[in-house]
Design a protein around this ligand. Structure first.
Ligand SMILES: NC(=O)c1ccc[n+]([C@@H]2O[C@H](COP(=O)([O-])OP(=O)(O)OC[C@H]3O[C@@H](n4cnc5c(N)ncnc54)[C@H](O)[C@@H]3O)[C@@H](O)[C@H]2O)c1
Ligand SMILES: [Zn+2]
Length: 370
């Protein structure tokens, strides 16, 4: 079992525990950080079927009284209506919850973001622990304290920063996760490779076969490295104030636009980000910032991992550009992109709409990518 510390000020620092035996150790990890012996597991039905018994058992053995609330799976449920239903479910529990109750978020990014937001707001804030069950959540969303929901077309438009008390990652939980979800999670690992760690990109290409087959050791290693990289960024810029944390948005400007344009139904988050990373690289080429060899290497890595790289024909450039102007990074309607100068070196830049357009056209034509 390995430990990755997330260093934050004012007693908010916490640890990420990673290992194939960590589900069994969940109870003790929670007991070490909780202020009460009452825990409420927030999860989705399918995850509950596979893993809730093990989670409850581990918590009960450590002395917790465990209850649980479920909500339906799918990005379309990541909204304030579901949040209200979760508040209701918590309100119905007897005796009434107090502020010391521990929330346990058992699930992927949707559960983590929703349970985290409930924990940030119910009774003005409860402690919570992240137990990610998707690769995307293990390498990204469970770390860093961003919680929230989608609002109208805006992804994650309503939310709060609320750090978990700890994160417990057991890669064994991926055994029941569909392969497509595993590939989607690997896209975020590719992202870390591009923005922070060129060696990781090489590892991903070399171990693509093992990773796609779900090899526990290979997966645990990339999860640990990803958590270290994300923890570094979160420590340096917890609330996205200095601009450093924004580097994690590489590939997300177009990625989010694609998800929104296709109503969050066609693409898994990581798939949209994979396509968005290629767009960002090609836009970077237009500005003379990104070398074309880098785009090629990025594309080769995504292809090796079975991720999509092409823009869909039925979503127009105009639609994508209009959506990027709504992106949280946008300033005065001009889209801002994380552009890569070289592997491990990125910059947040405002890009004139015209150049975004040229970049997207290049992407559609597949120019320079063969
Ligand atoms: N807070 C952050 O910093 C952050 C970062 C990245 C992404 N996100 C958010 O994460 C969300 C995407 O998360 P995701 O990709 O994990 O999707 P998800 O949470 O929707 O999970 C995908 C599907 O897999 C199922 N599932 C999860 N774990 C399983 C398991 N072990 N076995 C079987 N089925 C399982 C879920 O029920 C769901 O149907 C998006 O809403 C995105 O905005 C947040
Ligand atoms: Zn992402």
């Amino acid at each position: 079992m390995s430990r990755v510390p997330v260093a934050l000020s004012e007693g908010r620092d916490y640890e990420i525990h990673i290992g194939a035996d960590s589900l069994a150790a969940l109870g003790p990890h929670c007991a070490a950080v909780a202020h009460s012996s009452r825990a409420v597991v927030v999860t989705q039905p399918r995850i509950a079927r596979h893993w809730e018994a093990g989670v409850s058992q581990s918590l009960e053995r450590a002395g917790f009284q465990v209850e649980s609330v479920h909500f339906p799976a799918g990005e379309r449920y990541k909204n304030l209506t579901t949040i209200t239903r979760l508040y209701d479910a918590l309100y119905q529990l007897t005796p009434a919850l107090d502020r010391k109750t521990l929330i346990v978020a058992l699930g992927g990014g949707v559960v983590g973001d929703m349970a985290g937001y409930v924990a940030a707001t119910y009774l003005r804030g409860l402690d919570y622990v992240q137990v990610p069950t998707t690769l995307l959540a293990m390498v990204d969303s469970s770390v860093g304290g961003k919680t929230g929901v989608d609002f109208r077309e805006g992804k994650n438009l309503v939310g709060a920063f609320h750090q978990p008390r700890c994160v417990v990652i057991d890669p064994t939980l991926l055994q029941t996760l569909p392969r497509r979800e595993v590939r989607s999670g690997l896209a975020e690992v590719v992202k870390y490779g591009v923005i922070q760690d060129p060696q990781l990109l090489t590892t991903l290409r070399e171990q693509a076969g093992l990773l796609l087959r779900g090899d526990a050791e290979a997966i645990a290693a990339v999860v640990e490295r990803s958590c270290q990289l994300k923890a570094d960024v979160v420590t340096a810029d917890e609330r996205e104030e200095t601009g450093l944390r924004a580097i994690l948005n590489f590939g997300h400007t177009i990625g989010h636009a694609l998800e929104s344009a296709t109503k969050y139904r066609r693409y898994k988050h990581g798939e949209a980000v994979a396509i968005g990373m290629i767009s960002a690289a090609l836009i970077g080429e237009q500005l003379g910032v990104t070398p074309s060899e880098l785009t090629q290497e990025l594309r080769a890595t995504l292809v090796a991992l079975g991720l999509p790289t092409d823009l869909p024909d039925d979503v127009s450039d105009e639609t994508l550009i209009a959506l990027t102007a709504r992106d949280k990074k946008a300033e005065a309607g001009e889209a801002r992109f994380i552009l890569v100068k070289q592997l491990g070196q990125v910059e947040l830049m405002t890009v004139p709409t015209k150049l975004v357009q040229v970049g997207l056209t290049t992407h559609r034509q597949g120019l320079g990518l063969d």
